[in-house]
Ligand binder design. Structure first.
Ligand code: PEP
Length: 255
């Protein structure tokens, strides 16, 4: 049976009060609905405990947007997977294109972060995706294959069920222009096949999310695709009503 994960990536948005207000409104909706989709909220580090405190008695899970690969030590400004676990996180986004672009993260660093998160029983949401230039040069599959081969290097197939992949074409993130369903279908099928080639049956269990200008208008069509298991949502996740509508589309798919 299809599994769906609807994940909110708030990026560097929302104060404590704004985060709590979102969490309280989501709480009242979640308490009235018996949901089959999994919901995940990834606030900025500093607001994680406030959001966790409001939602911890529900099935809604909390994640972070990044972590470092070391456990502890002289790494000013960094946060370890263990610290995230200690404040209730179950997931961490790793390798988001904004981390690759603005903070110089490469495939090798991302691989170290994924391994470190898994060692702390934190589930990585591993982001992959091509730039517009790479797509125009017909390099999409080459880029996805390189990112996945290196990002998942030396990871045992028996822990693959703890990894989520997010296909996020860089040109679709925050632009209001989502990839077409054909482009998404093609990329997700390619990723699924690659995962099965690399990890056998374990590759079939990995959830593959789509991210890139996903909203309540295009969610149903995108979520209907066979190898789409939900979404990683930036801008449209900042408004609780819009976010709930996206979860409702996922529920329609699962009903
Ligand atoms: C993201 O940053 O992960 C993302 C998908 O952003 P947006 O939904 O705003 O395109």
């Amino acid at each position: 049976m299809k599994q769906m994960l609807i994940a909110a990536n708030w990026k560097m948005n929302k104060t404590r009060v704004e985060s709590e207000s979102f969490a309280n409104e989501l709480l009242s909706w979640v308490e009235k609905n018996n949901l089959r989709s999994k919901i995940l909220i990834c606030p900025p580090f500093i607001n994680i405990p406030f959001v966790y405190n409001i939602l911890c008695k529900t099935a809604v899970q909390i994640g972070a947007q990044n972590c470092f690969f070391e456990k502890e030590g002289a790494y000013t400004g960094e946060i370890s997977p263990q610290m995230l676990v200690s404040v209730g996180c179950k997931y961490v986004i790793i390798g988001h294109s904004e981390r690759r672009t603005h903070f110089g993260e490469n495939d090798e660093v991302i691989n170290r972060k994924i391994k470190s998160a898994l060692a702390s029983e934190l589930k990585p949401i591993f982001c992959v995706g091509e730039t517009l230039n790479e797509r125009e040069m017909q390099l999409t599959n080459n880029v996805l294959e390189r990112q996945i081969r290196i990002g998942l290097c030396a990871i045992d197939s028996n822990i693959m069920e703890n990894i989520v992949i997010a296909y996020e074409p860089v040109w679709a993130i925050g632009t209001g222009i989502s990839a077409t369903t054909e482009q998404i279908d093609e990329a997700h099928n390619f990723i699924r096949k690659l995962l099965v080639d690399l990890f056998g049956n374990s590759g079939k269990a990995v959830l593959i999310l789509y991210g890139g200008s996903l909203n309540s208008n295009n969610a149903y069509e995108i979520f209907s695709l066979e190898n789409v298991n939900g979404g990683l949502i930036g801008k449209a996740s900042l408004d609780v009503k819009e976010f709930i509508q996206i979860v409702e589309k996922s529920e329609q798919i699962l009903s």
